[in-house]
Design a protein around this ligand. Sequence first.
Ligand SMILES: Nc1ncnc2c1ncn2[C@@H]1O[C@H](COP(=O)(O)OP(=O)(O)OP(=O)(O)O)[C@@H](O)[C@H]1O
Ligand SMILES: [Mg+2]
Length: 293
Amino acid sequence: MITPPVVERRAPRGDETPADAAASAPAGSDTARTSTTELRQALPLVTVRDLEVAYDGRTVLDGVDLDLFPGEMVALLGASGSGKSTLMRSLTGFAPIAGGEARVAGHDVVNLRRGELRELRSHVGQVFQQFNLIPRLSVLTNVLTGALHGAGPLNLVGGFTSAHRRRALELLERVGIAHKANAPARSLSGGQQQRVAIARALMQRPRVILADEPVASLDPRLADSVLGLLREIATQDGIPVLVSLHVLPLALAHSDRIVGLRHGKLLVSDATSRLSAESLAVLYQQEDGDDHH
Ligand SMILES: Nc1ncnc2c1ncn2[C@@H]1O[C@H](COP(=O)(O)OP(=O)(O)OP(=O)(O)O)[C@@H](O)[C@H]1O
Ligand SMILES: [Mg+2]
């Protein structure tokens, strides 16, 4: 069964960190954007240590260390095939972990208890390049499906309470497309569909958001606005957002921190303010032997 959310903003949880609280401050107040130093004092919601992922004996992630802190927007860069999607998939138990540790929102991904996988996935909001909406269903219903995470099999029709509907509408308001609530998802533009997908992820009340190339199908203006929205969510809700990108200027403009993979190894992890396009070029250099990897 679904526990209907009672109020729009979640109540403080017992495990809420100081940065959660700080990041929950009203937008526009002095504390709305938490400094990196403050974030670092909070406990990470994602901790990855020496992570190795292998497909059929071939290592595709090798010794990866990563922490994601409440409220930070982290861009994940790397050439095609470097392991970005695999890293994201490993955080939700979709990749074959061969070694190391991964903890996500309190779950030990490497040693999940029976039945814990569903709970883990309900704590992770995911946003994809192709939006993954159900085209013939209304925008509102698509957002409501976010509430099904962790709920088990549930009839789509009549399975939602009025509190769910209220919350879904509030989220559509927040992402700027409440006026499209009753339109079929397929009738929306790409940018609008990605906003619906983000509202659907928020419907889960996620502890962490993973966005795998969320703007790869959008024009530059829409890409900016969708990344702006994700960063606003990170800041205001105290949720870490990990977003993989192929466009360096977008990463530099919209992230607090950049991490970069090359051949499955994490070569870059630094505050965005300390990085430049030149310093990131190492991630994309062609080398002799690349094809043998
Ligand atoms: N299911 C799978 N089975 C076998 N190999 C896989 C599988 N998924 C990914 N790989 C391999 O793992 C490596 C990393 O792939 P991944 O999709 O994580 O790269 P990526 O950085 O997301 O690339 P892109 O930028 O093209 O999306 C690649 O060599 C890929 O072929
Ligand atoms: Mg990928």
